[in-house]
Ligand binder design. Structure first.
Ligand SMILES: Cc1ncc(COP(=O)(O)O)c(C=O)c1O
Length: 358
């Protein structure tokens, strides 16, 4: 039986990437030692970091005035590192509260400057089902922080706001899933473990002129400039993670780049949402206009169907397709690497479920 991995992250990787990575674990470039065992400064490994950076720059059309770095600490570290590097003690920044991760970013940012929550879509029950409309930004705010894709609740920004200040976006769960205009952003950050590779490596894309303007002392390892100036090699980088990330980016190139992947993602999401809307036994959980093309959340109309559909899915090889504990129901994460066939298998299960339980 084929297994379909709908995990929200760490998540499915392209099969060809996993195979190449597995081979390199045993023997890296014919050196007789594995990629997990060689020095990050060895002649075999060192070019990997430059290659990953170059590929990402090309795929996302990242201009030269931006640094691209691979660091550790996850996106959660970026919740603090962004304001630490960008906000002076007396500065303020605007944040949108659109989900669990956004609210965690707000909590950390408050340690470093004045944070204005300019929009919150939190419902009374603590969940989030939509994204904000027009926002009034705060005069003088240094940046506007948004979460481009809310992994837990399944909402996604489809049009980034046109604002005068730089946008700072947590793109952990939709980076490289579609084309974005990087020049609108001061910082883009993402844990790799959804669309880019394994956990343990975090990508940060930062406009360099925003750095060096704060009044605090920044620990060397947390100063973006340390990693920009050293090509992500100031200390031992998350070497295996970057190696796999480079393979994923190479795979993306073969898919027609971001545009190719985006076309596939749009088609996958459209057919899955169409089934959720058509099938009387299921319903979506968020406003239609804000639906995520990465994390598709849905419920059964009847609570007693939930366990039954879960069992059906398990019998068909679906892994990690239940919703986050704060939402319940189901969440199919259909990141770049999820083939159309995986989405088709889920739709087929929903159709069959209707036949037996409708
Ligand atoms: C949108 C978003 N931001 C931040 C995080 C936290 O990432 P990490 O576990 O890499 O710190 C996640 C994790 O799932 C996420 O989905």
């Amino acid at each position: 039986m084929t297994t379909w991995n709908f995990s929200s992250g760490p998540a499915i990787l392209p099969r060809s990437v996993v195979e190449k990575a597995a081979a390199a674990v045993l023997d890296f470039k014919g050196s007789g030692i594995g990629v997990l065992e060689c020095s990050h400064r060895s002649k075999n490994y060192e070019p990997v970091v430059a290659s990953a950076e170059a590929r990402l720059r090309k795929l996302m059309a990242i201009p030269d005035d931006y640094g691209v770095i691979f660091v550790q600490g996850g996106a959660s570290m970026q919740f603090a590192q962004v304001p630490m590097n960008l906000l002076a003690t007396t500065d303020s920044a605007d944040y949108t509260d659109t989900g669990t991760w956004a609210s965690k970013a707000i909590k950390e940012a408050k340690l470093f400057g004045k944070i204005n929550v300019v929009a919150s879509t939190k419902e009374e029950d603590g969940t989030y089902r939509s994204l904000p409309g027009l926002m009034h930004l705060t005069p003088g705010a240094k940046y506007l922080h948004v979460t481009s894709n809310n992994t837990i609740f399944g909402t996604q920004i489809h049009q980034f706001p046109n604002v005068k200040v730089p946008l700072v976006s947590d793109m952990s769960s939709d980076i490289c899933s579609r084309a974005v205009d990087v020049t609108k952003f001061g910082v883009i950050y993402a844990g790799a473990q959804k669309n880019l590779g394994p956990s343990g490596v975090t990508v940060v894309i930062v406009r360099k002129d925003l750095l060096g303007k704060v009044d605090r002392k920044i620990p060397t390892m947390l100063d973006y400039r340390t990693h920009i100036d050293n090509g992500s090699m100031f200390n031992t980088p998350p070497a295996f993670g970057i190696f796999v990330l480079d393979l994923v980016l190479e795979w993306m190139e073969g898919q027609g780049g971001v545009e190719g992947v985006q076309k596939n993602n749009d088609a996958k999401a459209a057919k899955l949402y169409a089934e959720i809307d058509r099938n009387p036994l299921f319903k979506g959980t968020v406003d239609v206009a804000d639906r995520s093309r990465m994390n598709v959340c849905f419920l059964t109309e009847k609570k007693e169907h939930e366990d039954l559909f879960k069992k059906l899915g398990q019998s068909r090889g679906f892994v990690d397709f239940t919703g986050h504990r704060s939402v319940g129901g189901f969440r199919a994460s259909i990141y770049n690497a999820m083939p159309v066939a995986g989405v088709d298998a889920l739709i087929e299960a929903m159709v069959d479920f209707e036949k037996t339980h409708g």
